[in-house]
Write a protein that binds this ligand. Structure first.
Ligand code: FO1
Length: 322
C-alpha cells in the first residue's frame, strides 16, 4: 500500500515518525511519501533555509533536536553569533553550526541550478529515512503575514514576534505562478491513502493547498483522505495555530478545523477526520457534514502512541476506501 502524508513542521514530523514506526512494525512493505510545506522557507544571510523540510529530514534521520523540534542535536552556535555581529542575520533567529552545513549545501546546489526537489533528494540520500519527501512546489511561495506593522515574512512574525502581533491574514508570495512539484503530484495520484498530518492548518497545510492545482489533484485522487486534528479539547497541541486560526476567522476546535478543510463531497478535501476522545461530541455533527469522524487518543508521546495514531488513521481510511 502507498501512503501519502501532507504536512510539515514539528507536528508533521512527529506524525510521520509514527506512520513509519507503524509500517516498520507491520512489516507490510507499505511505502510513505510526504508532500512538504515550503511556506516557512526563507532567505537569510544569503542562504535558503527550509524549516518544515529540515524538521522532517532531521527527525527521520534521528539527528534532530527533540527538545526544540527544529535544528540538529548537539548543536553549537558560533557562526550564528558572527552572523548577528555582521548584521546579516537577525539576533532573534538562531542558526546552528551543523544546521548551517545543510543550508550552505542546499544553497550551493540551488545556485548550481538544482530544483528544490533535487535538493530534497540529495539531502535525503545521506540517511536511510524510510520515507520520500517532496516539496509541495519547486517555486518559492514564502508565507507573509499581514499585520499593523505591514507585511512580515512568516519567520519574523513567528520567531521575532512569537505570533503575538495580531495577524490580519496570511498569503504565499507569487503563489499564482506556482504548481505542484512532479513528486507531489505523483505521490497524490498514486496514493492508496492520503493523510493530513496534525500540522498547523493555516501555515503548514494551508500553503500546500494554496498551490494552484493542488486541491484539484486531491479531489481527483482515488485514495481516501483522512486528516488528524492538531487541536485537542479546544487547545493547540503545539505551536501557535490558535493565533493563525483566529486570524482567518476559524474557531480553535477540532470540529471547526475539519469544517474549514471541508468534506470532499462538497468540494473540500476530507473524507475522514480523527479527533481526540475529549472531542468525541464533534463526531456526529461532522458525519452530518459528510466527514466521517472518529474519536481516538491523539496525544503523541512516544513511538508507540505515534504508531497507534497512524494505525487509527489508516483504519479509518480503509473503512472509507472509495
Ligand atoms: N524557531 C524559533 O522559534 N527560533 C529560532 O531561532 C529558529 C531558528 C530556526 C533555524 C532553522 C530552522 O529550520 C528552523 C528554525 N526555527 C526557529 C523554527 C522555524 O521558525 C519553523 O518555521 C517553525 O518551527 C514552524 O515550523
Amino acid at each position: 500500500m502507498r501512503i501519502t502524508v501532507i504536512g510539515g513542521g514539528v507536528g508533521g514530523a512527529r506524525f510521520v515518525l509514527g506512520v513509519r514506526e507503524h509500517v516498520r512494525r507491520t512489516g507490510s512493505g507499505d511505502t510513505i511519501d510526504v508532500v512538504v510545506n515550503t511556506g516557512d522557507d526563507w532567505w537569510v544571510s544569503g542562504l535558503r533555509i527550509a524549516p518544515d523540510h529540515d524538521s522532517l529530514l532531521y527527525a527521520l534521520a534521528g539527528v534532530n533536536d527533540t527538545e526544540r523540534g527544529w535544528g540538529r542535536a548537539g548543536e553549537t552556535e558560533r557562526v550564528s553569533a558572527e552572523l548577528a555581529a555582521w548584521g546579516t542575520a537577525p539576533e532573534w533567529f538562531t542558526l546552528g553550526d551543523l544546521d548551517l552545513g545543510t543550508h550552505i549545501a542546499r544553497t550551493a546546489w540551488l545556485r548550481g541550478g538544482a530544483s528544490v526537489s533535487d535538493v530534497y533528494a540529495r539531502l535525503g540520500s545521506r540517511w536511510p529515512l524510510g520515507v520520500r519527501l517532496h516539496p509541495a512546489t519547486d517555486s518559492e511561495i514564502d508565507t507573509h503575514v499581514e499585520t499593523d506593522e505591514g507585511s512580515l515574512h512568516f519567520q519574523e512574525w513567528w520567531v521575532r514576534h512569537r505570533s503575538a502581533l495580531p495577524a490580519r491574514g496570511f498569503s504565499q508570495r507569487d503563489i499564482a505562478r506556482a504548481e505542484p512539484s512532479a513528486g507531489a503530484r505523483e505521490a497524490i495520484a498514486g496514493a492508496d491513502v492520503i493523510l493530513l498530518a496534525p500540522s498547523n492548518p493555516v501555515v503548514s497545510i494551508g500553503p500546500v493547498l494554496a498551490v494552484p492545482g493542488m486541491r484539484e489533484a486531491l479531489l481527483a485522487a482515488r485514495a481516501p483522505i483522512v486528516g488528524v486534528s492538531g487541536i485537542i479539547d479546544g487547545s493547540v497541541v503545539r505551536g501557535m495555530a490558535d493565533a493563525c486560526l483566529t486570524a482567518i476567522g476559524v474557531e480553535t476546535s477540532a470540529r471547526a478545523v475539519a469544517e474549514h478543510y471541508g468534506p470532499r463531497a462538497g468540494g473540500g478535501i476530507l473524507d475522514g477526520w480523527l479527533v481526540d476522545e475529549s472531542d468525541a461530541a464533534s463526531a456526529d455533527p461532522l458525519a452530518a457534514r459528510g466527514i466521517a469522524a472518529r474519536a481516538v487518543p491523539l496525544w503523541l508521546r512516544d513511538p508507540e502512541t505515534s504508531a497507534q495514531l497512524a494505525r487509527d488513521a489508516l483504519e479509518l481510511a480503509a473503512s472509507l476506501r472509495r
